[in-house]
Ligand binder design. Structure first.
Ligand code: THU
Length: 132
């Protein structure tokens, strides 16, 4: 299927997760229209609030390398959870600013999968327009 490669890259990234506290591993991959992949994984900390989620790691990696929302074809977010995961509230807020509203967000746990968008999972979000 169309998103096979980006999902595969996200699972590759999941292998780099550092999750000694939750033992819940997340990987993510941002695919650009010009065929590049920017990976991220969840990185935990003994001071739990300092943890960064997998999808934020990946999107920050992409932006740090000069990618912007119009360059992004899709993002895949995968986990090793029994249940199909879905981005946390903080990640939804970040993705709502750094992705276009209709960019495919592909979720998978290797068993189930789903394609959604940030417009679907975070409607009515706070944004830069509120700061005008
Ligand atoms: N986590 C993510 O990486 N993405 C999410 O959207 C949900 C939670 C991580 C954070 C923490 O390392 C572990 O999963 C358990 O919350």
């Amino acid at each position: 299927m169309e998103y096979e490669k980006v999902i595969e890259q996200a699972f590759l990234a999941m292998g780099n997760a550092y999750a000694p506290y939750s033992n819940y591993h997340v990987g993510a991959a941002v695919e650009t229209f010009d065929g590049r992949y920017f990976l991220g994984a969840n990185i935990e900390n003994a001071s739990y609030g300092a943890t960064v989620c997998g999808e934020r790691s990946a999107i920050f990696n992409a932006y740090s390398n000069g990618v912007r929302k119009n360059d992004i074809k899709a993002i895949a977010i995968v986990s090793d959870g029994k249940r199909l995961g879905s981005p946390c509230g903080i990640c939804r807020q970040v993705l709502s600013e750094l992705l276009k509203g209709d960019t495919p967000i592909v979720l998978s746990n290797g068993k189930d999968s789903r394609i959604t968008t940030i417009d679907e999972i975070l409607p009515d979000s706070f944004s830069s327009e509120d700061l005008q």
